[in-house]
Design a protein around this ligand. Structure first.
Ligand SMILES: [Zn+2]
Length: 327
């Protein structure tokens, strides 16, 4: 093969690689027709109305006069991210989350005496039942819902089936934890037409899947208040785009990732709002990355007035402050 051809093929492979959409994004999804270019303003409004940002819910002050609330959250997806192509080696990459990543994360949280929230798909927990026990044993962390099989909810394409999976997931975790979970994070942060209705009906205290603000807010459903507290996430404060080998924009140096997270935290601190980091034990649980995370925790702890909390604690606090304000 000529060296020119080799360079061309390499460039082509790179282009295809970079063109890969992130988990489930930008593909036609059942129940969500495109917004045509000649849609009327009213049609555009309707097309975006399903779930929107309502009022901001950041309280006047955080507990004990803290300047910012910080939540470390971990989506314990492990093997289930390889569910669509369950080959032995990608599965082992997920298995690492249970054998090594999660224990390392829990050790870090012990050393630093801080809480965290864990979102675990039921079948991920079933493969390694010890994970829930190890988390609960610390008596400081929260476990929330993250699907049954890490199903992409809009791709389920059937409201009854989706509700059945949600019910099963709640039952599974309730039994495993001895307590009903109060937090919901959609697998791959994907909502269907029915998800918001279903989690309201199931009585969740909060959701953590949306990105319309950097601070707590209320979700609106077709323009109506829902009372559902949103604790928003975003791709910038997530380990997946930086470390996942198939992700475009890969930035594998933990020092650079530390700088990005630190920059996000610093502004949250100035704005007196909320900093939520989303990670995965099988991704961040690697040696150099845990060291990077610990450096970040140490940095945040060096600032006065940082409240490390679970999302459940933040949502409960926001809710009580909201009630006080209404009196
Ligand atoms: Zn996930």
């Amino acid at each position: 093969m000529s060296s020119n051809l080799r360079v061309f093929l390499l460039a082509l492979a790179l282009r295809l690689f970079l063109a890969l959409p992130a988990e489930g994004q930008d593909q036609p999804v059942p129940g969500f027709p495109q917004i045509p270019i000649d849609a009327t303003e009213e049609q555009v409004r309707q097309a975006v109305a399903l779930v929107r940002a309502g009022q901001k819910l950041t309280p006047k002050a955080w507990p004990n006069g803290a300047r910012v609330a910080v939540c470390l959250s971990f989506d314990v997806d492990n093997e289930l991210l390889a569910r669509r192509a369950p080959l032995p080696v990608p599965l082992s990459q997920g298995e690492y989350g249970a054998t090594t990543g999660l224990p390392r994360v829990l050790d870090l949280l012990d050393r630093q005496s801080i809480p965290a929230s864990f979102y675990i798909p039921a079948m991920s927990a079933a493969l390694h039942p010890q994970m829930i026990q190890d988390i609960l044993q610390r008596k400081r962390h929260e476990i929330g819902i993250h699907g049954w099989m890490h199903e992409n909810l809009p791709m389920v394409g059937d409201a009854a089936k989706e509700e059945q999976l949600l019910t099963q997931s709640i039952e599974y975790l309730t039994k495993a934890m001895g307590k009903r979970p109060v937090g919901f994070r959609a697998p791959s942060w994907a909502f269907s037409q029915s998800t918001l209705d279903q989690i309201r009906k199931a009585g969740f205290l909060y959701d953590s899947s949306f990105m319309a603000m950097d601070e707590p807010y209320e979700l609106l459903a077709n323009g109506q208040k829902t009372g559902m507290i949103e604790l928003p996430i975003n791709w910038i404060a997530d380990d997946y785009p930086y470390y996942e080998p198939q992700a475009a924009g890969s930035l594998p140096d933990p020092q650079l990732v530390f700088e990005v997270y630190k920059g996000e935290f610093d502004v949250a601190y100035q704005e007196h709002t909320l900093f939520i980091l989303t990670m995965h034990p099988h991704i961040t649980g690697h040696r150099s990355r845990i060291a990077g995370l610990e450096k970040l925790v140490t940095y945040m702890k060096s600032k006065p007035g940082v409240w490390f909390a679970t999302l459940e604690q933040v949502a409960s606090y926001v809710k009580t402050q909201e009630k006080e304000a209404k009196r």
